[in-house]
Design a protein around this ligand. Structure first.
Ligand SMILES: Cc1cc2nc3c(=O)[nH]c(=O)nc-3n(C[C@H](O)[C@H](O)[C@H](O)COP(=O)(O)O)c2cc1C
Ligand SMILES: [Mn+2]
Length: 482
């Protein structure tokens, strides 16, 4: 069943104990971000929930929700409508990529209930929080940006941070020049034109989940494929773009291609504060919203976070599909992007190695798909290893890798400015470079058997554990195998 916007989805989350409302008055400039942080610092993944704030100081009647897209795997499964396992999520996403459903245009929708134009536009009327108190340059949205390629007309959506600067201006961060939105901006800049852009906030959660990924076709068509129903779109008021009809809030305008203003710093998904240099300005011409709009944010900053959770599930799915279906690489068993790296710095692949070059094919295929700024570390190991298990990953690094032969460093590659190791203290943005390490952690010959009792014997004992009169086993880990 597809959710027709944010509200029916929030109802389901609430019914399942995955959304709690806070009635206590909270200060959006320090408190909301700090309360939300506790979701990721104070409880195990399976217990996490999203939070709604209904009493925001200075915003009578205002509401804000965050952590409602990807606080946990169960929540992502609720959003895409599948069983709460990572493999079911991957399957659902891959089915959506393979069977996209194009969005459809409708005349109007709830996002047009209130229309504010010209001098009446005031971003400060919206309860937009400061996420990392005392450190961020100001309030930030984490919205979905819609732009169109000026050459081929293709639409793109992507999540980008958006610093509120005045009643009608914001910043935008193009963190990597190889992304869809950044390429659009560069094309407009070369044409000497400003880039029309629309932001939407508070939509069907699937739209938030697909936006940070790189699926090829229009992400909204992929969202349609995942939901099993087309996303309904309406025309913007002031620009030639379309936005989802059921969005809570839409902000229309243009990103100026001449001139820039200071942007940031902002607490980033890497775990560091980042930015605090010049960046483009988004000039807002029109805001449309529902009568009592619900503000929505994504918890990013230090991992783990909603940002790392989204990227993990959705990016892994796209990568698996790319390696297996598009590049036709045999034997790929699993891929796992590490949340400590915000799911963009370190990747593990497990596979059944079959021929010389097979490991490289998987590693370089990954770099080609993700763009060269992603994944500094790629480790490829055999399919007997559960790469979800951090102890097994450490074991593989200790006993399946010979450092002088199995590790390859590729120097001078692209990177992102958000990675402080990519820039010296005096380097200018754009000068960042980094390196890739590809580790072949597969067995290079017929390595000895592992020193555990045979699997069938361990299973027999585990199955009959009660008979030994011992307390129950906890977190039993058996090797992968038949
Ligand atoms: C919560 C969140 C915030 C993000 N903020 C930014 C950002 O400010 N700038 C950026 O370049 N990418 C950001 N990203 C990553 C982009 O969404 C990602 O690179 C995506 O590919 C961009 O879309 P595009 O390729 O369609 O342009 C963010 C991702 C998430 C999940
Ligand atoms: Mn995109």
């Amino acid at each position: 069943m597809a959710y027709d916007g944010l509200r029916p989805y929030l109802q389901v989350l609430e019914q399942r104990g995955m959304l709690r409302w806070v009635d206590k008055e909270v200060d959006k400039d320090w408190e909301i971000g700090s309360v939300l942080r506790m979701i990721f610092r104070g409880m195990p993944e399976e217990k996490r929930y999203g939070i709604g704030f209904s009493n925001i100081k200075g915003f009578p009647g205002g509401r804000l929700v965050a952590g409602v897209v990807a606080a946990s795997r169960d929540m992502i499964a609720t959003a895409v409508g599948c069983e709460p396992t990572l493999s079911a999520i991957h399957e659902r996403v891959i089915a959506g990529i393979n069977n996209p459903i194009e969005p459809v245009m409708v005349e109007t929708g709830p996002c047009k209930e209130i229309i504010i134009k010209g001098d009446d536009v005031d971003l400060n009327a919206l309860p937009i929080p400061i996420w990392t108190a005392d450190k961020d340059a100001g309030p930030y949205l984490t919205p979905l940006w819609v732009t169109r390629d000026p050459e081929n007309g293709r639409r793109n959506i992507g999540i980008r941070r958006c610093q509120i600067k005045s009643r009608n201006t914001t910043g935008i961060l193009f963190g990597a020049p190889d992304r869809g939105g950044a390429i659009h901006f560069e094309k407009y800049r070369r044409m000497g034109k400003n880039m029309p852009a629309a932001i939407f906030i508070g939509a069907d959660p699937v739209q938030y989940l697909v936006a940070p990924s790189r699926y090829g076709p229009d992400e909204l068509a992929v969202a349609g494929g995942i939901r099993g129903e087309a996303v309904e779109m309406v025309k913007c008021e002031t620009i030639d773009l379309e936005v989802p009809a059921s969005a809570e809030i839409v902000i229309e305008g243009e990103v100026l291609t001449n001139g820039s203003e200071p942007e940031g710093p902002f607490g980033e998904f890497t775990g560091y504060m980042a930015g605090g240099r010049d960046g483009p300005v988004f000039k807002v011409n029109c805001i449309t919203h529902r009568k009592d709009p619900i503000m929505m944010g994504i918890i990013s900053q230090f991992p783990p976070s909603e940002s790392s959770m989204i990227k993990r599930a959705l990016l892994e799915a796209g990568l698996k599909k790319h390696l297996t279906h598009d590049l036709n690489i045999p034997g790929i068993s699993d891929v796992h992007a590490l949340e400590a790296g915000g799911c963009t710095a370190a990747l593990w692949i497990s596979m059944k190695k079959m021929y010389p070059g097979h490991v490289d094919q998987a590693a370089f295929g990954t770099l080609g798909y993700m763009g060269m700024s992603y994944f500094k570390w790629i480790v490829v190991t055999d399919d007997d290893i559960d790469i979800e298990d951090s102890f097994m990953r450490d074991w593989v690094m200790c006993w399946r890798v010979r450092p002088d032969k199995d590790m390859r460093v590729i120097t001078g590659t692209a990177s992102v400015e958000l990675d402080p190791s990519s820039l010296g203290p005096d380097d200018v943005v754009g000068a960042e470079t980094s390196a890739k390490v590809i580790i072949d952690a597969t067995r290079k010959w017929d390595y000895p058997d592992i020193s555990l009792p045979p699997l069938d014997k361990m299973r027999a004992v585990a199955d009959d554990w009660d008979s030994y009169g011992l307390p129950p086993l906890e977190d039993l880990k058996l090797p992968k195998g038949e």
